[in-house]
Design a protein around this ligand. Structure first.
Ligand SMILES: [Zn+2]
Length: 68
């Protein structure tokens, strides 16, 4: 009696990835291929990430389009 997690029921957590900053060369960590260098401020474009960005509706704090 083994219970397996069924894939697709819950989104996978972000994967931690590493790269070298393209501006200053510092090794930096990011999530899902998106990086922000804390040394020089370089960031890569969000479209370079492995997955599409979550929308506001995917945010657990999202309560509606008119909520502020
Ligand atoms: Zn940098």
């Amino acid at each position: 009696m083994h219970s397996r997690k069924s894939p697709g029921s819950t989104p996978a957590p972000p994967e931690i990835t590493y790269t070298n900053c393209r501006r200053c060369g510092t090794e930096i960590a990011g999530l899902d291929g998106r990086y922000a260098c804390g040394v020089c401020g370089w960031t890569n474009h969000y479209s370079e990430g492995y997955r599409p960005l979550p929308t506001a509706r995917d945010d657990p704090d999202w309560t509606g389009p008119h909520c502020r």
